[in-house]
Write a protein that binds this ligand. Structure first.
Ligand code: C5P
Length: 404
């Protein structure tokens, strides 16, 4: 849970703080409060502590309590965010000069937290060039400013200097925290693949009919190669089992295969030493029952006896029940329904569904996918380059892989 330290200084806007803290207490944020001596002129600690939020003051420090004497360090280290709210002109001046003459300023100086200042003062105090210099200085040192707003002031003036409204502060806190959490999530997702072994099958396999003719499909292998490239850049150790003619991405181990039988053999071999198996290949489903070693002579009609080849992902699942396996479903109709059926039938951890009707995907540089997880949760990407889609797929894989 994000930790927020609210520092209340001597400004009349402090009277709004109990309401702000009351509303924050209902959110997923841990709060503590420091009130400066001047802040105590406008608000009582009791109004806050009765909401179950700890309040810290300058007075009554027990000199024999190490924890209390070190309070500024403890609080500074505890906080993820420090919100100086309201921030008076005096506290802004002190902070901009690095003062540490009370618990509030000492805590802020001793903290690496993200610091936010919510100014509240008379218009002339705010506009004063000294205050403006102090603000610039703090901004230069990484402090964020929210406000001030314009409007009616306690003294009767109507101009800039008012504290922004409580609702606006709450909204900004929400945005800040969710942005940070998304960022953290992205970082943990990105690093999740670091050092993992990933096997990816790629391209459309070819089943030879005779020495010159074969059965295949339109798959180019571009999506699989984009996945390999992206996984490598995230620090994964990638092995490609490829039936594609594309040049392999640097730093990937590549095993070139042509038909389904060879792809299955390579897959079984690599699957025993891998963390994640991604079946992005469009495996040709049929092969001839009997290969003709001589070119079949042309005639008006030719009857090929076709048989299905073993399903690579199913075979791997049977052999490696705990392996994290991702399949693809390329469909021209009933996309989600068919993809779900494959997810179940092949016992996959995840399936990536794409609509391949009207030449939308094969050989193209763009794609649009729906990811379906084992629990049937779905994530739909927008239409984007295969590189971006690869990032989208790998982020989802990392997230699911750690849930496993
Ligand atoms: O059953 P279908 O071919 O539509 O399923 C597609 C998925 O199954 C893809 O992930 C593909 O790589 C994989 N597959 C396989 N072995 C096959 C056929 C498809 O692993 N023989």
């Amino acid at each position: 849970m994000p930790k927020l330290l609210i520092c209340i200084t001597g400004s009349i806007a402090a009277i709004k703080l109990p309401l702000l803290i009351h509303k924050l207490a209902k959110k997923d944020v841990a709060c503590k409060v420091v009130i400066s001596r001047d802040g105590l002129n406008f608000i009582t600690p009791m109004a806050i502590s009765t909401m179950g939020v700890n309040v810290y003051l300058d007075d009554n420090i027990d000199m024999n309590s190490y924890d209390q004497v070190m309070q500024h360090i403890n609080l500074g280290k505890w906080a993820d965010y420090i919100l100086v709210c309201p921030a008076s002109a005096n506290s802004i001046a002190k902070l901009s000069s690095g003062y540490a003459d009370n618990l509030l300023t000492a805590t802020i100086l001793a903290s690496n937290a993200h610091k936010i200042i919510v100014p509240a003062m008379n218009k002339l105090m705010w506009k004063n060039s000294l205050t403006q210099e102090n603000v610039s200085r703090l901004q230069h040192h990484g402090f964020t400013f929210w406000g001030p707003a314009s409007g009616l002031q306690a003294c009767g003036d109507n101009d800039i200097g008012r504290m922004i409204e409580v609702e606006e502060i709450l909204e900004k806190i929400d945005n800040l925290i969710s942005k940070e959490q998304n960022h953290q999530f992205a970082i943990s997702n990105l690093s999740a693949l670091f050092g993992r072994r990933v096997v990816i099958t790629a391209g459309g396999t070819k089943e030879m009919i005779d020495p010159v003719r074969y059965i295949s499909n339109h798959s180019s292998g571009k999506m699989a190669y984009a996945l390999a490239q992206e996984a490598i850049s995230l620090g994964a150790k990638v092995s490609l089992i490829s039936a594609s003619d594309l040049p392999p991405p640097a730093k990937s181990a590549i095993i070139t295969v042509s038909n389904g039988a060879d792809m299955l053999k390579a897959a079984l071999d690599l699957a025993k030493n891998t963390d994640i198996f991604i079946g992005a290949a469009a495996v040709c489903d049929y092969t001839v029952a009997k290969y003709s070693p001589q070119k079949i002579k042309k005639s008006d009609e030719i009857n090929l006896n076709l048989i299905t080849i073993p399903d690579i992902l199913k075979t791997i699942r049977t052999k490696y029940p705990d392996l994290f396996i991702v399949g693809f479903a390329a469909e021209t109709n009933n996309l989600i329904q068919y993809a779900r059926a494959k997810l179940i039938n092949k016992q996959l951890n995840m399936i990536v569904a794409n609509d391949v009707s009207n030449n939308k995907v094969f050989g193209q540089d763009t794609n649009q996918v729906t990811i379906i997880n084992k629990d049937f949760t779905e994530f739909v990407s927008s239409k984007a380059s295969k590189d971006i889609i690869a990032k989208f797929i790998l982020q989802n894989i990392s997230k699911e892989y750690f849930k496993k």
